[in-house]
Design a protein around this ligand. Structure first.
Ligand code: SF4
Ligand code: MG
Length: 332
């Protein structure tokens, strides 16, 4: 399969300043050396607790935030090196769907005006054509042209997210970065919006990077899932494998805290996640998860485990899998 997006060694650090002279004291390593590929037509889920760097990663990919270091290759073009003109073109092809559509929709604009805006920005001058495309898109996301003259506050949460999705699709993007698109919705509405996203993916040949804070939500929509902890990817593999046989102790803990009916994935030691998330401004040495890990060894406190492919398509950053023997035992 062909890749659409390749991320290599991505870092996003935010400086911490303070004191009387407001000097730089250090960095919050919000994204710390993250690498992954998104293939054309797939949904890659990106999961972790709040503060793990998943939203920051999404924003850096879209160049809403500048990367501190690393490569972001969208169709083999490094987006960190684009001119503002090239960036405008990129924005057409990569769009963001927000967690809170209400906050991202201008309350004083009608839906028609909101959806027309991206078309104007991208040079569609014919007003009639713009209106037609807006009305078509409303139908596509399960609303109707009858809604065009209404304002965002006149819609329910689920309908507003449909408008947010419609806006993202107006420019016919290739990649949608969806940042917790259903987290703010009632559970009964979540499934509807997830189904809509699935249908749109087929119809528009979309590729999704789907950001979420729990493994339950991304399970049915993701082809592969990556798990982040304190700015780092700790595990990434096919969904089926991740839910059936997670290797990283953090993934195991996350799964132990999600109510999934068939607990065959649980290794004997898998325990629900305990302890506080350490501050990203002062992450633990070695493996950043070592302060909460039930399998912590001496080496974990000093040496950062490398994120590597331990079996076909299955990437893990954990010292437990430094030798093949450990994996063979799990598979036997
Ligand atoms: Fe636990 Fe060590 Fe693996 Fe980190 S590297 S997850 S501390 S076993
Ligand atoms: Mg977030």
């Amino acid at each position: 399969t062909e890749s659409l997006l390749r991320v290599n060694g991505l870092k996003k650090y935010f400086p911490i300043t303070g004191g009387v002279l407001n000097r730089k004291k250090g960095d919050v390593k919000a994204v710390d050396d993250v690498s992954f590929t998104v293939y054309k037509g797939e949904t890659l889920g990106l999961v972790g607790e709040s503060g793990c760097g998943k939203s920051t990663t999404g924003r850096v990919l879209l160049q809403l935030l500048q990367a501190t270091e690393g490569e972001i290759l969208f169709e083999d073009q490094d987006v960190t090196k684009l001119s503002s003109k090239e960036l405008k073109q990129l924005r057409k092809e990569m769009q963001l769907v927000f967690q809170d559509p209400y906050a991202s929709l201008n309350p004083r604009h009608t839906v028609e005006k909101i959806l027309e805006e991206p078309l104007k920005v991208h040079g569609i001058k014919d007003k009639k054509e713009r209106k037609q495309r807006v009305h078509d898109m409303l139908e596509t996301v399960g609303l109707s042209s009858y809604h065009a003259k209404r304002y965002p506050h006149q819609f329910s949460g689920g309908q507003r997210q449909r408008i947010g999705i419609a806006r993202a699709l107006m420019t016919h993007p290739k990649l949608i970065i969806a940042d917790e698109p259903v987290s703010a919705l009632d559970v009964s509405i979540q499934a509807q919006v997830l189904n809509l996203l699935k249908d749109l993916q087929k119809d528009f040949h979309l590729t999704y990077l789907f950001i979420a804070h729990d493994l339950g939500v991304v399970r049915h929509i993701s082809d592969r899932v990556g798990v982040m902890y304190l700015g780092r990817l700790v595990e990434l593999t096919e969904s089926e494998t991740l839910y059936a046989r997670p290797l990283h102790p953090y993934t195991q803990s996350l799964l132990a805290s999600v109510p999934i009916p068939d607990p065959t994935y649980l290794s004997e030691e898998a325990e629900e996640l305990t302890g506080e998330m350490p501050s990203p401004a002062n992450p633990p040495s070695g493996c950043a998860f070592h302060t909460r890990c039930h399998a912590c060894m001496d080496i974990c406190k000093t040496e950062r485990p490398v994120f590597r492919e331990v079996e076909q398509g299955h990437y893990v950053a954990c010292h437990l899998y430094n030798d093949q023997q450990a994996l063979d035992e799990i598979n036997s």
